[in-house]
Write a protein that binds this ligand. Structure first.
Ligand code: SAM
Length: 243
């Protein structure tokens, strides 16, 4: 399913977003439409190879802790699928049978997901369940209603309403499932907001824990031993795990 911009506007209305949120979301889409062809290279540029490996290893280790032989994963705001593809491969190397779905709002990102063998779903992170209903009803897809793992990398600071995204993730989490978020820590580099189309300056561990504790029973957040380098600016990353 790769909708056109006019279909997306219709879907956003159907999902009951107001005019101002629709405009903000369209701005995100326009920015990421341009970024999509280069997204893989951009990730390699922001993060050194060892940082990429650490992120993939840490997420895979969390998923392996579930101790399941078959796993359904939803990557929210999956972008070009840079991490989803690597996590899938690593799990398969550990003899886990994986089904990976990638939800994203930007059509050109969905094309990249498809090329990487990840099932693309057009959707909005704040309304995952409703977006899946659109995919299943309008595009005859058979996307599950529940996932063992809901993850998101380098995207949480882009969301208009992060708390709503956590609630929306919980709505599609199976019993005993896990939500894993890797993203940038709070910083003060205002210049990044316009160049990267960021909505927030990242979140501190306290902020992410506080948000998560309103929605999940168990909340863990900690600094990762990796950082993101954008030009001269260096920003740290955190990992949050919610169950
Ligand atoms: C910085 S990229 C991260 C992509 C990928 N997760 C990665 O690690 O490379 C942010 C992604 O979030 C998507 N996005 C932004 N806001 C969104 C929203 N509200 N719902 C779904 N996707 C969104 C963009 O289209 C873009 O692909």
């Amino acid at each position: 399913m790769i909708p056109s911009i006019s279909e997306i506007k219709e879907f956003l209305k159907k999902l009951s977003f107001d005019e101002s949120s629709i405009n903000d979301l369209i701005e995100q889409i326009e920015h990421f439409e341009k970024e999509a062809p280069e997204r893989d290279d951009i990730v390699r540029d922001y993060l050194r190879e060892e940082c990429i490996e650490t992120i993939v290893d840490e997420i895979t280790d969390e998923i392996l802790k579930l101790n399941k032989k078959r796993i359904k994963i939803l990557d929210v705001a999956a972008g070009s699928g840079f991490f989803a593809e690597r996590i899938k491969k690593k799990l398969e190397d550990n003899r886990v049978d994986v089904e990976v779905y990638g939800l994203d709002i930007t059509p050109s990102m969905l094309k990249r997901l498809k090329d990487k063998g990840i099932t693309p779903i057009w959707g909005v992170a704040e309304k995952i369940k409703e977006s899946i209903n659109i995919a299943n009803e309008q595009y005859n897809m058979n996307v599950p209603k529940g996932f063992d793992v809901v993850l998101s990398t380098l995207a949480f600071h882009h969301f208009l309403k992060p708390e709503k995204v956590l609630k929306s993730m919980k709505d599609v989490l199976s019993n005993h499932g896990v939500v894993i978020i890797v993203d940038v820590l709070k910083h003060e580099h205002e210049e990044l907001k316009e160049t990267l189309k960021d909505t927030h300056f990242g979140f501190s561990l306290e902020e992410i824990k506080e948000m998560g504790s309103k929605i999940f029973n168990k909340v863990e957040a900690r600094y990762m031993d990796v950082y993101c380098e954008v030009g001269d600016v260096i920003v740290g990353l955190y990992k949050a795990v919610f169950t």
